[in-house]
Design a protein around this ligand. Structure first.
Ligand SMILES: Nc1ncnc2c1ncn2[C@@H]1O[C@H](COP(=O)(O)OP(=O)(O)O)[C@@H](O)[C@H]1O
Ligand SMILES: [Mg+2]
Length: 334
């Protein structure tokens, strides 16, 4: 098994200055990405998933945001406060990202082919125009777009959402990145297309050996695609483990809550069942986090200890190797 570490995020804190004060959108996060492996980052909306990804890409809008502290190491090289021209060489070259909404990321006035060729030209300037054009067609074929010779001449609006997302993946992969960050890449797509895109990413990962960070709010997607998982809540990782450990021994009540809200697939009818359960209550405002555990007001296992007398919970070893949980009253007997 190859476990070469290619990205390391250490104690990352990202702040935004707003009219209501400074918020820590990411507050002391640690994770690693290994070659050929997929790290899932999961959590409800607003938990700091995208901000973590943007920090890695050097794309936190500043102002109002900034990486306040911590380290981001790509193959040992620090990306925080790196020279912008150097970061541009890494971004879209060594580390590429695909975003949630493919329509907004493609330029409506250029053909699909133009947009892929532009990336190829940037990263492989030695190729001739005809070699670039041929490579653009190859890339569309690689991501499973039918009749790529025809599609390459089309404009974004002529493609379906699923095809546009494939184009985005083709663009991201045109530079053969070492790390691919996929931020909710299938959220805007229907379930069948979603499955195809995820399968495609897995296949390409095997072929190209890249490390993937897959950001999602859907633990069902995590179960099918990830090797390791970090569960985020209010800008912090509350549980992390390899995917089997996480599903077999969820230790944080929040993780268990997310699992209980995965719609079960009914194998007899082939249809999705209704959601069994959702986590009650609301994510607290980052402007007004409680003392103690941030999940206390939604937690069925809450005790006095969770309300602040012991400070905030920090990640501690849990059952199983490489399994950590930040909880004063973890679930033990599952
Ligand atoms: N441009 C911004 N200005 C101010 N606050 C921001 C900005 N972007 C993100 N945030 C804050 O960071 C939090 C986490 O955002 P995000 O990482 O996008 O969440 P998600 O987990 O849904 O991807 C938001 O709830 C918001 O408070
Ligand atoms: Mg997001």
């Amino acid at each position: 098994m190859n476990t070469e570490k290619i990205l390391e995020v250490k104690d990352l804190v990202v702040e935004f200055r707003t009219e209501r004060g400074v918020v820590k959108a990411v507050n002391g996060v640690n994770f690693e990405v290994h070659k050929g492996k997929t790290l899932g980052i999961v959590g409800e909306s607003g938990s700091g998933k995208s901000v973590s990804a943007l920090a890695i890409m050097g794309l936190i809008p500043n102002p109002p945001g900034r990486v306040a502290s911590g380290q981001i190491l790509y193959r040992g090289k620090s990306l925080v406060n790196i020279d912008p021209s150097e970061m541009r060489k890494i971004r879209g070259n060594k580390i590429a990202m695909i975003f949630q909404e493919p329509m907004t990321s493609l330029n409506p006035v250029f053909t699909i082919g133009n947009q892929i060729e532009e990336v190829i030209e940037l990263h492989q300037p030695h190729l001739s125009a005809s070699e670039r054009a041929a490579k653009a067609v190859d890339m569309l074929r690689l991501v499973g777009i039918p009749s790529p010779e025809k599609r390459v001449k089309e404009y974004p609006h002529q493609l379906s959402g699923g095809m546009r997302q494939r184009v985005m993946i083709a663009i991201a992969l045109s530079c053969e990145p070492d790390i691919l960050i996929a931020d909710e890449p299938t959220t805007a797509l229907d379930v069948t297309i979603q499955a195809q895109i995820l399968e495609l990413m897995n296949k390409l990962q095997k072929e190209l050996g890249m490390g993937i960070i897959l950001i999602t709010h859907d633990l069902g997607v995590v179960a099918e695609t990830c090797d390791h998982v970090a569960v985020m809540y209010c800008g912090q990782i509350v549980e992390s483990a390899d995917v089997e450990t996480l599903f077999n021994h969820p230790s944080h009540p929040y993780t268990k809550g997310l699992m209980d809200s995965i719609p079960d697939f009914d194998s007899t009818s082939g249809h999705k069942k209704e959601r069994l359960q959702t986590i009650e209550g609301m994510v607290p405002s980052l402007f007004n986090l409680p003392t103690g555990c941030n999940f206390q007001d939604r937690c069925s296992k809450v005790t006095e200890a969770c309300r602040g007398m012991n400070g905030d919970p920090t990640l501690k070893p849990a059952k199983g190797d490489d399994h950590f949980v930040a909880c004063f009253n973890p679930l033990e007997n599952i």
